[in-house]
Design a protein. Structure first.
Length: 752
């Protein structure tokens, strides 16, 4: 960061950083611009009742008020009447202290994170299959692979620097790239084999590929017998997934399925990359297990170039998962439900045995449901924008309206969520506060403070500490610096999972990022996990394989038996299916130059020129049937709500399917929120919602339908809606609306 007169004026890539070696995407090049955006939240605000307008006040008073009002609700209704909803964009220190305050001192496990929306199914899949969360390999695997399976990931746009590294490998070695996606993305354009799968059928494809690998004699029998359990049951399932049946389920050609299996089987080293396309499913955990099944069956795991690699969706989602900021976890990759894990954390926190509740808290979807019903009275939202990012956003709005106390801690105001706050607390951004973040490959990077935050804004971890102190927990939250918090995090190392930061500290991190596991006295971390003999530094990752190739006992997974687990996961369809009323399937995702809910990237003019607005991709055949032309407006309605987008007519989506980006919400225009339509159905294991599959109806929007309402029309509408029940009503002909407006209102009332 180049700093001039207290401002970051330029950002360049660090050529020595192991994640990118100096390469930056468009968002990286422009990431300093939001630091000085005019809507930075530089002071605190509060109101005593919803009837009042929120007023500015000193931060110290807002912190005191936060503590007093939380304590009042806890005293009246118990600790589980309070919930925290936090973010994968916070520093590890902030994430850790939020969990410590909630689970150890308030006494509730009702803390969850927006990681529940993106990475929970990968985490639960890893835990079940391999014994611990997180990829077993690293980005270095890209430099050694012979075949990459990219499934449920638009890697070119969502992880562009990694994708460039993958293309470098392809150019250098001729490595094959197989891409699986319902939509032909820029990632698919670069594939050697593009499999345009029906949405929600990835599990059938993965089982079908494994069936062909076994049939073609590509199993590693020695690895299976030495290092795994459960193969026989899975083996019995595989004949159900013949190429013929898989082709029928997925919409793919048999010959393409066979070719994918051939390339995977023939490749000495094979890596799978996946992300939200598989995770955001009611069967996301099963799909993560199925990926692990492929690697365990072929023995292509825990060696350079081979392994199942989930791509994390936020800058510090990995760090948050490790420090226990989900409702079922504890620091050090521990579980709430495990008595030994609870006891270990209680000891670190200086708590009496039995203090931490044994029942997991509320996950994100259920959390907002319980707020809406009044069972949870107060919610503290830190560094995230749930009205824009949660499924079925109407429920989230209703929940925040029902809550007795809404605390929002953010760096910007307004957002879709901050306008519902009773207390607003100003947090600092990445360049304004020291702290650590952990990326997908377990590299811990120290973020130095380059500039001061605006006004009274301060580091999130410090705000959390001050609130905790005012609540009466000063002795346990009296930290002078982020490094002190990090030193406490180091104490949470877990010999069972291999999570270990003990060998690193802020002094070492100022020199360079460090990859965990990083044991005391080590020179560097380990690129490959689960190899107990590889605990010392190696000059090159390839030496790990060479040294241990003839020592199968050296590989030990963090399960009770030391073996990885195969899981028999039959294909099941998504929770919601198209029907006569909602005949289309809507998928959604990110674009290259925008990110999440536009809270930051939406402030960058150059990015808004590259990705200027929302749209709906529909197939030409569907557009013709609907009478929709390029740029014409289309109403997308599900059982929960609707959005309206200009059409992008393209064969990149399949007939009967459509795609909308996730980024735009009401701050950028009316009826742009894709999450007005998405489903709250969740994976039973990970509790991650099924964003990627919604049954919808598409309707052409007549010209003039969305013209601005006059003041007279708005007043009439407000009076009318206050008097009628929402469903099935018709706006009377005497109302001062055009015919097109009346039809639009009729549909809106019906959908509400």
């Amino acid at each position: 960061m180049k700093v001039e007169q207290g401002r970051v004026t330029k950002v360049t890539g660090d050529k020595n950083h192991p994640a990118n070696f100096g390469r930056l995407c468009s968002k990286g090049f422009t990431c300093a611009e939001p630091l000085s955006a005019p809507d930075r939240l530089a002071s605190a605000f509060a109101r005593n009742s919803r009837a009042e307008k929120i007023q500015q006040l000193p931060l110290v008073d807002a912190i005191n008020q936060t503590a007093v009002r939380l304590k009042k609700i806890i005293a009246e209704h118990g600790p589980d009447a309070v919930a925290l909803y936090v973010s994968g964009q916070l520093s590890m220190e902030s994430q850790y202290l939020a969990g410590k305050l909630a689970k150890g001192f308030i006494g509730t496990n009702n803390i969850d994170s927006n990681s529940r929306l993106c990475m929970a199914s990968a985490a639960s899949g890893y835990k079940l299959s391999l014994g611990a969360d997180g990829p077993p390999g690293s980005y270095q695997d890209i430099d050694h692979l012979d075949c990459a399976l990219v499934i449920g990931s638009n890697m070119a746009e969502c992880h562009p620097i990694l994708f460039l590294r993958l293309l470098d490998r392809k150019k250098k070695s001729g490595a094959k790239i197989i891409v699986v996606d319902p939509r032909r993305t820029p990632t698919g354009d670069k594939a050697d084999l593009f499999l345009q799968v029906k949405p929600g059928t990835d599990l059938a494809l993965l089982n079908g590929i494994l069936h062909l690998l076994e049939k073609n004699g590509r199993m590693d029998e020695k690895f299976i017998s030495t290092h795994t359990e459960g193969w026989e049951a899975l083996q019995a399932l595989l004949p159900e997934y013949s190429p013929e049946r898989v082709a029928h389920l997925t919409g793919l050609r048999e010959e393409d399925i066979r070719l994918a299996a051939q390339w995977i089987g023939d490749s000495p080293e094979f890596t799978t990359f996946w992300t939200m396309g598989l995770n955001q499913s009611t069967h996301g955990t099963w799909q993560s297990n199925a990926i692990c099944n492929l690697h365990l069956a072929t023995g292509k795991i825990c060696r350079p170039g081979s392994g199942p690699f989930s791509l994390t969706g936020q800058p510090n989602a990995m760090g948050g998962r490790e420090v226990g900021y989900l409702s079922h976890t504890l620091p050090g990759q521990r579980a709430i439900a495990d008595a030994d894990d609870r006891a270990a954390v209680e000891k670190i926190w200086g708590l009496a045995p039995g203090t931490i509740q044994s029942k997991p808290g509320l996950a994100a979807v259920e959390m907002f449901q319980k707020i809406e019903t009044g069972e949870v009275k107060a919610v503290w939202i830190i560094g995230t924008n749930p009205i824009a990012s949660m499924p079925n956003r109407a429920r989230v709005i209703a929940a925040l309206q029902r809550a007795e106390l809404v605390i929002v801690q953010d760096a910007f105001h307004p957002t879709e969520t901050t306008k519902y706050a009773d207390i607003l607390l100003p947090g600092a951004l990445w360049a304004e506060a020291e702290g650590t973040m952990v990326n997908s490959e377990r590299n811990v990077t120290l973020m130095p403070r380059a500039i001061a935050p605006p006004g009274e804004a301060m580091a999130d971890w410090r705000i959390i500490s001050l609130v905790a102190q005012r609540m009466g927990f000063a002795e346990n939250f009296n930290y002078a610096s982020a490094s002190e918090v990090f030193d406490e995090i180091r104490q949470t190392w877990n010999p069972k999972s291999g999570y270990d930061l003990r060998g690193m500290d802020f002094e070492k991190l100022r020199e360079q990022p460090r990859q965990w596991p990083f044991t005391p006295g080590a020179e560097r971390g380990e690129a490959i996990r689960y190899l107990p003999g590889a605990r010392t530094a190696r000059p090159q990752v390839t030496t790990l394989l060479g040294e241990h190739a003839d020592e199968p006992s050296a590989l030990r997974f963090p399960t009770k038996s030391g073996r990885a687990n195969f899981f028999t996961r039959p294909f099941l369809p998504p929770a919601e299916q198209p029907d006569a009323e909602f005949p289309f399937v809507l998928t959604n995702g990110r674009l290259e130059h925008q990110w999440h809910t536009l809270t930051k990237t939406g402030k960058v003019a150059s990015l808004n020129k590259l990705n200027p607005g929302a749209f709906l991709q529909i197939h030409p055949a569907d557009a013709e049937q609907l009478g929709v032309h390029q740029g014409g407006l289309v109403r997308v309605a599900s059982r929960r709500g609707f959005a309206v987008y200009p059409a992008q007519v393209t064969p990149r989506v399949r007939p009967g399917e459509c795609f909308a980006p996730i980024h735009w919400n009401e701050l950028f225009g009316e009826n742009l929120a894709v999450n007005a339509t998405t489903s709250e159905a969740v994976d039973e294991i990970s509790l991650q919602p099924e964003f990627k599959f919604s049954a919808v109806a598409l309707t052409k929007v007549a010209p003039g339908l969305l013209e601005n309402f006059s003041a007279e029309q708005k007043n009439y509408l407000l009076r009318y809606l206050a008097q009628v029940s929402p469903r099935g009503q018709v706006v009377p002909e005497t109302a001062p609306f055009t015919l097109a407006q009346r039809e639009f209102l009729r549909q809106a009332l019906q959908d509400s």
